[in-house]
Design a protein around this ligand. Structure first.
Ligand code: GLP
Length: 247
């Protein structure tokens, strides 16, 4: 696991965006998997700016997403699909035929999860998996206790995750109790993983991910098992790390 620390959240986000731009510049038909959350907003903003400045095109790029709330239609303002369209997809040149998103309002969520796994395989797998981290160490919506062999599936969200994500909803009661998420094994199959964490609220989860041996109590620690995992942090998120752990 390579750990990069930048002084500020803005610099860490810019570093993550540069890594994405490098991947897409080197391979214009790259397959990306996108993460949601406040942490990623400056990353998408930097990618949109780079696109508008003519520095990168996503015209041949395929995108997947990591997870989606169960029961929310794609147009629901709290859906991850809405988030990705608002912050990134509607502002760059990714074609609809290359936009592969989970649909939260399907009648058969288990079938949707199977469709998604098959779609990832049919597109040749994911080149770069973007990831955030939850305060309890979750990646995508793989909550603590998730099996490292898990695949895309439906799961119940913890109360703390629902509280952490409530700002996208009018009321805590409106936050769905279940979601679909890529599994940890699905995530680890990507050819490269890039996790971005910023802010002191993530420091404990980051320390558990990096300093502790891989364990289901911290799903993000599964990244130790990935041969090409990069973690980008700001100083606040890195404050629980021992010295000598990072560039
Ligand atoms: C949600 C998403 C995760 C994301 C996490 C952190 O739970 N499912 O993929 O990493 O939020 O979000 P934030 O960046 O807002 O802290």
């Amino acid at each position: 696991m390579k750990v990069i620390v930048r002084d500020s959240a803005a610099e860490a986000a810019a570093c993550a965006a540069d890594i994405v731009i490098d991947v897409v510049s080197g391979r214009p038909d790259a397959v990306l998997c996108l993460a949601t959350g406040k942490t990623m907003e400056p990353v998408y903003s930097a990618l949109v700016s780079a696109h508008q400045a003519g520095k990168v095109s996503f015209a041949r790029t395929t995108v997947f997403d990591l997870d989606e709330y169960l029961g929310l239609a794609p147009g629901h303002p709290g859906s991850f699909q809405s988030y990705l369209r608002q912050h990134f997809l509607d502002k760059v040149d990714i074609g609809p035929e290359n936009t592969c998103l989970l649909r939260g309002d399907v009648a058969d969520p288990d079938a949707e999860c199977r469709r998604y796994e098959a779609l990832i395989r049919s597109r040749g797998g994911i080149d770069l998996q973007l990831l955030g981290i939850g305060r309890n160490g979750h990646i995508a919506f793989n909550e603590p206790g998730s099996d490292f062999a898990s695949r895309t599936r439906v799961l119940t969200l913890s109360d703390s995750t629902r509280v952490a994500n409530a700002s996208q909803f009018a009321d805590l009661q409106d936050v769905p109790t279940q979601a679909m998420t890529q599994g940890i094994a699905t995530i680890l199959e990507a050819r490269a993983c890039l996790l971005l964490a910023t802010g002191a609220s993530k420091a404990a989860a980051v320390a558990a991910m990096i300093e502790e041996p891989p364990d289901a109590s911290c799903p993000a620690s599964a990244l130790h098992r990935h041969p090409k995992a990069t973690v980008v942090l700001d100083l606040e998120a890195a404050q629980g790390l021992g010295s000598g752990r990072f560039d």
